[in-house]
Design a protein around this ligand. Structure first.
Ligand code: PFF
Ligand code: NA
Length: 455
């Protein structure tokens, strides 16, 4: 016990549970909400997909979010070390640490393409402020985005800047810098999203968008869409890749994990739905294709910024906020592997940051070239970028989550978990516990089997 206390002191903790809430929300809210949610919803037919996604958040995402934070706080180490410690305490094989290790790897891979998309947002900051979108039509906006994708140098420069900023903040330690930026970011982002929704409601096809988003058409739902909805629930809540575990490992004792997790999930869902409400009225109003893919918001939103009063400023600010939201998520994506390198191999934070920065940069080139030089290289019917996104989000994250729930529900002792999670009501605890032991793993396995055509 003494060793653990000393450990804690040297690793440091969030200064309050409010800061933890901000950091976890900063991790959750990002490109997943504003870039990915609208485009996957568009590709998967709208309402029915949204419904399945919301069910996944409620029944799998929130229980797992609580679990990951709990493992982190109890293990007080990087995901690999935290799981190993809990396994040892439970008298189980330390091989379970693979669950934590695997998550860190998944996060690393995600970061390599996340940076590239964050780079698009960064490229749009000067473009919007300088009025490049003034009065653009849907077609012209599509061409401007296409020109960005066709320019590897611009993409590399932008992704590199995002990578450098992420690594700089992570290098100085996650806790200091995050708090300040998040205090104004979250409210600011929320207000700008509301402005966009109001604009879209006035100028766009709001009724059609509402219908598309909230009236489920189950004939549009395939096994593939269900997998994507599950994967997106993981992606948007930063699950299955160690991020919430490592943030939980800095969480002071005595904070209600359950309440905080629910609030984080609510904030995340609210931002995603607002993004949908802002984008789809414009998609339909400008006769764009909802299933257009990853470029959806980068084609749609500039049209609005090009028309609305003060659009240059509002739009510029929007992309600034999107970049910051992406940064706070990118930080949480890299922290598990950085913490792992420093704690497992006792190398300095600087070395860990430089080493992983280099590998990330090389990997990110693969994503950059997916949109130009290597666009036709599609061995599995997808580009490098799409393959990486598809594999990590829809397979690796849910697999990591499955490992985590099996470990918690079947390896750890109920008594220990109950103490660590700190849910006071016995009834609520049992609901969560049973969901974790049976509901969540069965649901994940069913989705996998269904997709593989086995059921
Ligand atoms: N949740 C982030 C988003 O929605 O943009 C992405 C993300 C961050 C995924 C951290 C995974 C992670 F560990
Ligand atoms: Na999110």
């Amino acid at each position: 016990a003494r060793a653990r206390i000393q450990d804690n002191a040297s690793r440091g903790l969030w200064s309050s549970r409010w800061v933890f809430f901000l950091a976890a929300t900063g991790s959750a809210v990002g490109l997943g909400n504003i870039w990915k949610f609208p485009y996957v919803t568009g590709q998967n037919g709208g309402g029915a997909f949204v419904l399945v996604y919301l069910a996944c958040i409620l029944l799998i995402g929130i229980p797992l979010l609580m679990t990951e934070v709990m493992i982190g706080r109890r293990g007080r180490a990087n995901p690999d070390g935290a799981v190993a410690r809990l396994a040892r305490e439970a008298g189980a094989s330390s091989r379970w640490r693979l669950v934590g290790w695997f998550g860190g790897l998944t996060g690393f891979l995600i970061l390599s393409f996340y940076l590239v998309v964050a780079g698009w947002a960064l490229a749009y900051v000067p473009a919007t402020f300088s009025g490049a979108f003034t009065g653009v039509s849907g077609e012209a906006s599509g061409e401007l985005f296409g020109a960005l994708l066709a320019d590897p140098l611009r993409l590399v420069v932008c992704a590199t800047l995002v990578l450098a900023a992420t690594m700089l903040i992570v290098g100085f330690g996650v806790r200091g810098g995050l708090e300040r930026s998040l205090r104004f970011l979250m409210p600011g982002l929320f207000v700008l999203m509301l402005v966009l929704v109001v604009y879209a409601a006035i100028e766009g096809e709001f009724a059609q968008a509402l219908q598309f988003l909230f009236v489920p058409d189950f004939s549009a739902l395939t096994a593939q869409s269900v997998l994507v909805a599950l994967g997106h629930a993981f992606f948007t809540l930063s699950l299955g890749c160690g991020a919430m575990m490592v943030y939980g490992s800095y969480l002071p004792e005595g904070t209600s994990i359950a309440k905080t997790s629910i609030l984080v999930a609510l904030a995340d869902t609210a931002v995603a739905l607002l993004a949908g409400l802002a984008i789809f009225p414009l998609v339909f109003g400008n006769s764009l294709e909802p299933g257009a893919g990853p470029g959806l918001i980068f084609v749609t939103l500039p049209i609005a910024f090009g028309q609305m009063p003060l659009g240059q400023v509002v739009g510029g600010l929007f992309f600034v906020m999107l970049v910051i939201a992406a940064l706070t998520s990118a930080i949480s994506l890299s922290e598990p592997s950085i913490a792992w390198l420093t704690e497992r191999f006792r190398i300095s934070r600087t070395k860990a940051v430089l080493g992983s920065g280099l590998v990330l940069w090389l990997l990110s080139l693969g994503s950059v070239f997916s949109f130009n030089h290597w666009a036709d290289y599609q061995p599995f019917g997808k580009t490098f970028f799409d393959t990486l996104d598809y594999l990590t989000t829809n397979w690796l994250m849910p697999l990591g989550g499955l490992g985590t729930v099996l470990f918690t529900g079947w390896v750890l002792q109920k008594q220990v978990v109950s103490e660590a999670i700190g849910i006071r009501s016995n009834c609520l605890f049992l609901a969560w516990w049973n969901l974790l032991r049976y509901g969540t793993p069965v649901a994940i396995v069913l989705v996998f089997l269904n997709l593989m055509g086995l059921i």
